[in-house]
Design a protein around this ligand. Structure first.
Ligand SMILES: CC/C=C\CC(=O)SCCNC(=O)CCNC(=O)[C@H](O)C(C)(C)COP(=O)(O)OP(=O)(O)OC[C@H]1O[C@@H](n2cnc3c(N)ncnc32)[C@H](O)[C@@H]1OP(=O)(O)O
Length: 719
């Protein structure tokens, strides 16, 4: 919907009305077409201003309409009609002009922007390209190199940068619509010939081929396997090399290949999943919209190792006052220096003042007495954490929320160390904590909805994608990682190499395969956990018994490497070899290949050919199967929660939507059939036994992912 009013005597003011972001739905597009026509034909209207209601110009095309057949007037002729009018049309940009919103503004003859607004063409992040003329007009306006960068990254640009680049004509701190109305009146009567961007030639570039080669190389490297960035480069190339009309034709052709692609569907699903996770719910029925968070102004972090430092930085950058506690004096001094450095570098990047004054340091736990919320981030050891929680209970003021940063320990057990278990939640940060977007907020059976709401809100304040999950071993992310890694180990036993497994996973789109990742995070981490679980038995080094632990197939390969001191990158050797400890360049290791051969011979394991498809099916379907178990157990409320965790915390390629979305794309029946097959071949691997929720979904006709919650609810109601 769009409304036309006449203001200041002769200005036709068109207001886009589609809350919350005035997306260009069919009704809005129809409204624009109608109101522009009316304004142009009204002799009393001398100029036109287009704005959006409620402080947002326009968030672009309505993404929710993408899955359905197109209705209403298309964007391209609508924008052309605006550009072609003989009355000046000026965009008044408040809040944001993104995607189709900016393309609409580029069709206007002038653009005035509020200083706090931003613009951008983020279509690439949705698997698309700016196909309402954006890929053709922006390079003509600001030049090929700058347009290429903005279009292929989808980066949002501040008002100041937009002015510098030449995207807008004026920045204002005042009322944007009033300023734009005055501006529009001031340009009445001026020729519009030089204001129609589609008529501009692209500013010349000295070595066009080199510019595009570099851009193509960059997008292929940074977004391995993603098709939209590559297509965006091709579209901008059309702008640089073809007349406008032909360029537009090419833009449409390229868009047609993207629009119906699986990658676009996956990326658009991710867009909504990222937002859906904030509408959390707990099995008790507690929900985001009925649970009020507590205000938090003072936070504390206990333990200033790598995680604690990152958490302190994230809190301070979110504007909270932070008490950082580390009992070891030397550690405290080192941490102070490290935290200050991180804050300074972060502030420099963001062009703001570093929040150094917000962090105070102490070696005395008494310093947290006045904190509203404490995040314990000491070493991952239950006895140590229990001790800290007991101390905190004695020191903190009544009502302080106690959070533990743990990747797998039992949050409920820790809660039981305090007199107020309802005030305890887990906050599982990912390293580096001030950079990584994901936060798992873990509630135990006794955590209060208010405690969950507070942790979720704090996560949002820190700019995290926060996902509320139930308490179980490994929560969601690490619980699903276990069967994935287990399959990778088994594949080595059966004849694969770390290189083969990693290559398959990296070609799938993971930034790092499982073995390179294991080398990076350190093999000793898992070894310690397996030892604590009684799985590492140094006596059982030969025979079949060495590969059966606690009644199921077990691969001791990781333990054997650790026994040799092969802890990964930090040791200079692990699944790969490195030039020196700490080096990042992984090289295949003949020692490891020889070790695998001897291991297989010792255990009488035949070597067979393993291809990429088997690697993907074994590793990914085992992980997905555990995802279904997590849904069945009520640990995650919906598939979007799992997918957001994997995309934002575990390097799952965003253009594949997350593991649960991927299962839907592959076909649930297909996943079930392959799991059944693998479980038949490996009956001693319980993780390969298809979960009953997966069977249930297939039996219900494999509904689309948006309908899974209905099936899950039925399963839960029958328990
Ligand atoms: C021919 C094709 C031509 C053009 C293609 C396009 O234009 S594709 C769309 C390009 N636009 C974008 O990618 C912008 C997407 N939106 C945003 O980045 C942010 O929403 C925005 C506008 C910066 C506002 O951010 P804010 O943090 O204030 O709100 P939030 O992101 O939570 O969004 C609020 C709700 O609005 C929904 N929404 C936002 N944009 C769109 C959209 N373009 N279409 C449909 N819906 C949109 C969003 O999903 C939120 O609703 P929710 O129910 O919570 O999911």
């Amino acid at each position: 919907m769009a409304q036309l009013t006449r203001v200041s005597g002769s200005v036709g003011l068109i207001t886009l009305q589609n809350p919350p972001v005035n997306a260009l739905s069919a009704a809005v597009r129809q409204g624009i077409v109608d109101t522009v026509k009316k304004a142009v034909s009204d002799p009393l209207v001398k100029c036109v201003v287009i704005c959006g209601q409620n402080g947002v110009f326009c968030g672009g095309a309505d993404i929710r309409e993408f899955g359905a057949p197109m209705t209403g007037p298309p964007l391209v002729p609508m924008i052309h009609a605006i550009e072609a009018t003989n009355k000046p049309v000026v965009a008044a940009i408040e809040g944001a002009a993104l995607g189709g919103g900016l393309e609409l503004a580029l069709g206007c003859h002038y653009r005035i922007i509020h200083s706090k607004a931003r613009v951008g063409l983020p279509e690439v992040t949705l698997g698309l390209l700016p196909a309402a003329g954006g890929s053709q007009r922006l390079p003509r306006l600001i030049g090929v190199p700058a347009a290429l960068e903005l279009i292929t990254t989808g980066r949002h640009v501040s008002a100041a940068e937009a002015l510098k680049l030449g995207i807008v004509d004026q920045v204002t701190d005042d009322n944007t619509v009033d300023t734009t109305v005055k501006f529009a009146l001031s340009v009445v009567g001026r020729s519009l010939e030089s204001r129609r961007i589609s008529t501009f030639p692209c500013p010349p570039v000295s070595d066009l081929d080199a510019v595009f080669d570099v851009a193509m190389q960059r997008v292929r490297q940074s977004a391995r396997g993603a098709i939209a960035p590559v297509t965006c480069v091709q579209a901008v190339r059309a702008a640089a090399t073809l007349p406008y009309t032909q360029g537009m034709k090419r833009e449409q052709e390229l868009m047609a290949t993207l629009f119906t692609s699986g990658q676009a569907r996956a990326l658009q699903y991710c867009f909504f999943a990222q937002r859906a996770v904030s509408r959390w719910s707990m099995p008790s029925g507690a929900r985001w919209d009925t649970s009020k968070p507590r205000p938090i102004s003072k936070a504390a972090v206990i333990g200033l190792g790598t995680m604690g430092r990152g958490i302190a930085v994230a809190l301070a950058q979110a504007g909270l006052s932070v008490v950082a506690v580390e009992t070891q004096e030397k550690q405290l001094m080192d941490a102070k220096q490290a935290v200050s450095g991180m804050l300074e570098r972060g502030a420099k990047r963001r062009g703001v003042a570093p929040a150094l004054g917000l962090v105070s340091y102490s070696h005395n736990i008494q310093a947290v007495a006045e904190a509203d919320l404490v995040i314990e981030a000491v070493f991952e050891d239950m006895d140590l954490k229990k001790k800290v929680f007991q101390q905190l209970s004695a020191v903190c003021k009544p009502g302080t929320l106690l959070c533990t940063n743990t990747s797998s320990l039992d949050v409920d057990h820790l809660a039981s160390q305090t007199p107020s278990p309802e005030l305890v939640v887990g906050m599982h940060f990912f390293a580096p904590a001030h950079v990584m977007k994901l936060l798992e907020v873990v509630y135990g059976p006794r955590s209060s909805p208010q405690a969950v709401a507070t942790a979720m809100q704090l996560g949002k304040k820190m700019g995290k994608v926060s996902v509320a999950v139930g308490n179980c071993r490994g929560f969601v992310g690490n619980r699903m990682l276990k069967p994935y890694m287990e399959q990778a180990f088994f594949l080595l036993e059966e004849g694969a190499t770390p290189e083969l497994v990693d290559q398959a996973l990296e070609e799938f789109g993971f930034a790092m395969g499982v073995f390179r990742m294991s080398d990076l995070s350190g093999l000793d981490v898992g070894w310690r956990v397996r030892k604590a679980d009684g799985l590492v038995d140094p006596d059982a080094t030969s025979g079949r018994s060495a590969r059966i632990r606690q009644g199921r197939r077990y691969s001791p390969l990781g333990d054997l490497l650790c026994e040799q001191g092969r802890f990964g990158q930090k040791a200079g050797r692990g699944w790969y070899q490195y030039d020196k400890p700490g080096s990042r360049v992984a090289k295949p290791d003949p020692w490891l290949h020889n070790f695998l051969e001897q291991y297989r011979a010792r255990h009488g394991l035949g070597v067979r050919h393993i291809d990429h498809q088997e690697v993907l099916e074994r590793c990914l379907y085992a992980l997905i199967n555990e995802g279904f178990r997590i849904l069945e157990d009520g640990i995650a409320a919906g598939p979007e929660d799992i997918d957001a965790i994997y995309v934002f915390g575990y390097g799952w390629p965003r253009y594949r939507g997350g593991p649960m979305f991927y299962a839907g794309m592959v076909g649930l029946a297909n996943v079930l059939e392959r799991l059944e097959h693998f479980h038949q071949v490996h009956p001693d691997v319980p993780y390969l036994q298809p979960c009953s929720l997966l069977r249930r979904l297939v039996a219900s006709g494999s509904p689309p992912i948006q309908k899974w919650r209905e099936v899950i609810r039925k399963v839960h109601s029958q328990l």
